[in-house]
Design a protein around this ligand. Structure first.
Ligand code: PEP
Length: 253
């Protein structure tokens, strides 16, 4: 019923030629091993790589995502990249509100809500990230933190657009640390996220939304994470930089 999605987040890694090689090797594999209907593959590449990667891959098999976008349409915003520009290059998704953007670049839920709305306006699918820090989990506030992030980040998103949105739950303490949430911890939060979505929208809508898990997913742990009822795939950082690992994570789904 819901799409399963395996999305890579290359972050600020690879030069264009290296990124193109990686995209090509994934494309070769997935063109000869077409994913079944309902399984989507996405690569989240640096802005500088979008054009070259889109040209190299079969968009019916792999989609390209940007890793961020501006909350502004166009104008005097030096250094910003608008959703319309991203769309014009042929990307289909955009990662929004990644914890690195929140922590290192001061992105707030207010700004994130504007980015999500502008991505929708430009027919991009946002991959909206949420997740608690270690301190928030240890103090037992993790559910409330995630509820607040979702409520505030989705405040400009209506019933029509929410089903064009992917949610990624990424506990900050599990990103790039090698520490993965246990499958039970992840499932518990994913079920909670679906409940929040059902309260914000409706149960039938919540049941249609793909919720991805992110945080040190590797070929070795992907199967048990993806086996959980409310986990519809993964947002993969480090392991998405090696085509073999990304392919093996896909196989786990
Ligand atoms: C990420 O950056 O979205 C991520 C999940 O990273 P990693 O898989 O390396 O923990």
């Amino acid at each position: 019923m819901r799409n399963k999605i395996v999305a890579g987040n290359w972050k600020m890694n690879t030069l264009v030629n290296e990124g193109v090689e990686l995209a090509k090797s994934l494309n070769d594999y997935f063109v000869s091993n077409k994913p079944p209907a309902g399984i989507k593959l996405v690569i989240g590449v640096p802005f500088t790589h979008i054009d070259a990667c889109v040209r190299e891959i079969d968009y019916t098999v792999i989609s390209v995502a940007a890793q961020n976008c501006s909350q502004f349409d166009r104008g005097a915003y030096t250094g910003e990249v608008s959703p319309e520009m991203i769309k014009s290059l042929g990307a289909q998704y955009v990662i929004i509100g990644h914890s690195e953007r929140r922590q290192l670049f001061g992105e707030t839920d207010e700004v994130i809500s504007q980015k999500v709305a502008l991505a929708h306006k430009n027919a991009l699918f946002p991959i909206l990230c949420c997740g608690e820090t270690l301190k928030e989990r240890q103090s037992g506030d993790h559910f409330e933190i995630v509820r607040q992030q979702l409520t505030d980040s989705l405040k400009l998103t209506d019933q029509f657009n929410i089903i064009r949105t992917v949610i990624a739950y990424e506990p900050v303490w599990a990103i790039g640390t090698g520490k993965t949430a246990s499958p039970e911890q992840a499932q518990e939060m994913h079920m909670f996220i679906r409940k929040v979505l059902s309260e914000l929208y409706s149960q039938p809508i919540a049941d249609k939304i793909s919720i991805l898990y992110g945080g040190s997913v590797k070929p070795e742990n992907a199967s048990e994470i993806f086996a959980q009822d409310d986990i519809d795939g993964g947002l993969i950082g480090g392991a998405s930089l090696k085509s073999e690992d990304f392919i093996n994570i896909y196989k786990a789904i």
